[in-house]
Design a protein around this ligand. Sequence first.
Ligand SMILES: Cc1cc2nc3c(=O)[nH]c(=O)nc-3n(C[C@H](O)[C@H](O)[C@H](O)COP(=O)(O)OP(=O)(O)OC[C@H]3O[C@@H](n4cnc5c(N)ncnc54)[C@H](O)[C@@H]3O)c2cc1C
Length: 389
Amino acid sequence: MSDNTARTIDPEEEAVLLHSIDRWIDKDVRPVVMHHDHNDEWPAKLVEQMAEMGLFGATISPEYGGLGLPATTYVKIVAKIASYWMAITGIFNSHLMLAAAVERFGTAEQKAEWLPKFASGEIRGGLALTEPNAGTDLQAIRTTAVRDGDDYVINGTKTWISNGIHGSCFALLVKTDPAAQPRHKGMSLFIAPKLSGFEVGKKIKKLGYNAIDSAELIFDNYRLPAANLIGGVEGQGFLQVAGGLELGRINVASRGVGLAEGALRHATEYATVRQTMGKPICEHQAIQLKIGEMVTRARAARLLTMDAAEAYDRGQRCDMEAGMAKYFASEAAVRNSEEAMRIFGGYGYSKEYEIERYFRDSLLMCIGEGTNEMQRIIISKQWVKRHSA
Ligand SMILES: Cc1cc2nc3c(=O)[nH]c(=O)nc-3n(C[C@H](O)[C@H](O)[C@H](O)COP(=O)(O)OP(=O)(O)OC[C@H]3O[C@@H](n4cnc5c(N)ncnc54)[C@H](O)[C@@H]3O)c2cc1C
């Protein structure tokens, strides 16, 4: 995504796009969600269809073959899909973070070489940042890249990498100068396709977020041309990763909005048909209190997320807005899915109903793209900075 480029979309064009997503969800996604989630099975056919719809290029500029969507439209698409199945949005969201790193910070040659293949979905991937000893504290990573002629030789291990098995290319964060102080000055980001020396380790079993693969990646004397160093200059990696966080947080917030709204939809449908004491449970005050809170939470989550996306589309700095959206929407997703389970009574605990998946999937939203503990610290720091005397 080009910096400071205001993006807009014709409302009719947006409506047509959102309608096509609705049709796809009804026809192709809903019938297979439970199968893929329960069996933790990669949804190959849906991935093909997402590529045909252009979702792997949703935020990539049209000059590179992408849809060039504004963040506001992207939020609506992600929330819509996530309200039926959050996990599949991770397949294109993580990929688009890789693409955004190349589009924002790559050289002209890197953009021309990689972005068209990312946009079409011919090459798909994600972000490889986290290591066994370093998640929140990314500056503590130990993977190194040592210059050797026209190449770099990379050694180390990444973990929890989304699309790690089925993806073929990653934005790989390494140390090019492990002794640098401050530590971030020794960090660089590479475009890392699967070549010799790049092995996939174990697939990680998870509570939720099934069907999308989370894996360990192992780099053993993995040799990459220097031309794959994003931006062509060492020492920029941490800033490049941080530069993508605003869009990353808006994206997780959108998934939270979808989960919160989806849980509300299921709970509402159930509460209007399930009867106790001779009336639908939605007429009991205890359930009305829950639904009232759920509706409010889902709406507030959407408004905060759209607010952050609008600021992003105007090219404004929006780390605080994106942080608030991510924090609030992810917590709304957890609370709404838990309340929906209570409204379902015993059936909420059953795998024959979908609501237990919302609960399992929602908890991840509090961790990804910066934990919610860190979000509140970031929000506070930004607030104080913007309002200091
Ligand atoms: C399903 C899943 C998919 C993922 N996908 C990817 C991916 O595609 N690519 C990738 O690179 N990573 C990915 N991750 C990793 C994720 O980004 C990290 O788990 C996350 O950043 C937290 O890091 P950690 O697990 O090492 O926890 P830690 O950093 O060890 O944190 C542990 C706890 O301490 C708190 N804490 C840490 N430091 C502070 C502090 N300074 N102040 C206050 N509290 C603090 C945290 O909030 C947390 O509660 C994924 C994780 C999961 C679970």
